[in-house]
Design a protein around this ligand. Structure first.
Ligand code: GLU
Length: 448
């Protein structure tokens, strides 16, 4: 792991001391601080004016109780969170995650990442994140609705089109955003379209928002490939996960000529050497909400593996699109051994620090999530633009804007990495260019 300079180590120690037990948050902060040594050398005023400690402290952290009645009329109690991390660049913006692993440390790591990711898009959005330890798995549609309504009873006090704009993340998709928006509208008596993104197309949603994160990750990877005169054409691709991000990474990788040979869910992974069928995967995961093993049941060409890691499947390109820390050192070693040359993260922080170090040491091109998965939130910002002007754009136009944004993020990361003497280091490029944008804005706005 690259060392921190003495001053940055001190800042990091303070973060660990002030936020005990929040391992994922510490990991996300450390990764950014590790990139900042050369920035502080050039711009010591960042340290002198306390920007590092200010940027690591969320503006506001809200934790609340969510009571709801299940189908047996039993009272259930969950915990809800909204961490409004940084609003230097615009209203807090970031998704809601419903998953049993959610606790404050997860929401803070995601909120922290979101600040930098959103800055990279070049759009006027700050960073925040929220969610609950509610487990949507096995819940009826009615239970999901009741939970969302109860969650919004509290959340509605803290959000607004110009203050904080939540969206989806793991466990929160179009259905949940619908129930949340319905309740917000009922509670406030206002049709405030811009208060949430990821909405349905008949009530203010943006075309291409569902596809945006997965498409964006593939656009980013494609830009990386172009630098060496390559493309997705003829490449074997492994995509972990089978949620929204993974499914649309599959679609775009296929459209660009790649063959996606493996995908996964929490029960295991499937391998289909001829290429995974997009429509079947959509039907299985988006409509039936089934298990990935059922794909192998229905396809003799595919096999299901319930133990082991998807990273053992040989590929040229790996797109981790499931969740944090899903790609450990052993996964990185397997990818490297089998000749994988490019990893672009569709999920938030899926590679562990040790895995990233192994990629670096072995010349694997690596794009961190805050750059490669920024297409989702960027298209949320496009949805906010459409809402503000009461307009609705075509799919083609919106996808074109998304592509331009991803090309721009790639260029910004690559140029910054060059400028700071680390060509090809997208982690450094992403961290430095986004940090400088947020930090300069914070300096301009004064100590507030
Ligand atoms: N949850 C997504 C992310 O991690 C999207 C957030 C949004 O659209 O606001 O960036």
């Amino acid at each position: 792991m690259p060392e921190l300079t003495a001053e940055l180590q001190q800042e990091f120690d303070t973060v660990v001391r002030r936020n005990p037990g929040e391992a994922e948050f510490h990991q996300a902060v450390r990764e950014v601080l590790e990139s900042l040594g050369p920035v502080i050398d050039r711009r010591p005023e960042y340290l002198e004016s306390g920007i590092i400690s200010r940027i690591c402290e969320p503006n506001r952290q809200i934790i609340f109780k969510v009571n709801w009645l299940d189908d047996q009329n039993r009272v259930q109690t969950n915990r809800g969170f909204r961490v409004q991390f940084n609003s230097a660049l615009g209203p807090y913006k970031g998704g809601l995650r419903f998953h049993p692993s959610v606790y404050l440390g997860i929401i803070k790591f995601l909120g922290f990442e979101q600040v930098f990711k959103n800055a990279l898009t070049g759009m006027p959005i700050g960073g925040g994140k929220g969610g609950s330890d509610f487990d949507p798995k096995g819940k009826s549609d009615k239970e999901i609705m009741k939970f969302c309504q109860s969650f919004m009873l509290e959340l509605s006090h803290h959000i607004g089109a110009d203050t904080d704009v939540p969206a989806g993340d793991i466990g929160v998709g179009g259905r949940e955003i619908g129930y949340l928006f319905g309740q917000y509208k009922k509670l406030t008596g206002r049709y405030e379209s811009g208060v949430l993104t990821g909405k349905g197309l008949t009530w203010g949603g943006s075309r291409a928002r569902t596809e945006a994160t997965g498409y964006g990750t593939v656009f980013f990877a494609d830009e990386m490939l172009k630098l060496t005169g390559e493309s997705f054409e003829g490449k074997k691709v492994v995509v972990s996960g089978s949620g929204n991000v993974a499914i649309y990474a599959l679609e775009k990788a296929q459209q660009l000529g790649g063959t996606v040979v493996a995908m996964s869910d929490s029960g295991g992974y499937i391998v289909d050497e001829g290429g995974i069928d997009l429509e079947q995967m959509q039907e299985l995961k988006e409509i039936r909400r089934g298990r990935i093993s059922e794909y192998a049941d229905a396809n003799p060409s595919a096999r299901f593996v319930s133990d082991g890691q998807i990273w053992d499947v040989p590929c040229d390109i790996a797109l981790p699109c499931a969740t944090q820390n899903e790609l450990p050192l052993a996964g990185a070693e397997a990818l490297i051994k089998n000749g994988c040359t490019l990893v672009a993260e569709g999920a938030n922080m899926p590679s562990t620090p040790e895995a990233i170090k192994a990629f670096r040491a072995n010349g694997v091109r690596f794009a961190p999530g805050k750059a490669a998965n920024a297409g989702g939130v960027a298209t949320s910002a496009l949805e906010m633009q459409q809402n503000a002007s009461r307009d609705s754009w075509t799919f083609e136009y919106t996808e074109e804007r998304l592509k331009e944004i991803m090309v721009g993020i790639h260029a910004r990361c690559a140029e910054t990495a060059d400028e700071y003497g680390s060509p090809g280091d997208y982690v450094r490029g992403a961290n430095i260019s986004s940090f400088v944008r947020v930090a300069d804005t914070m300096l301009a706005l004064g100590v507030i």
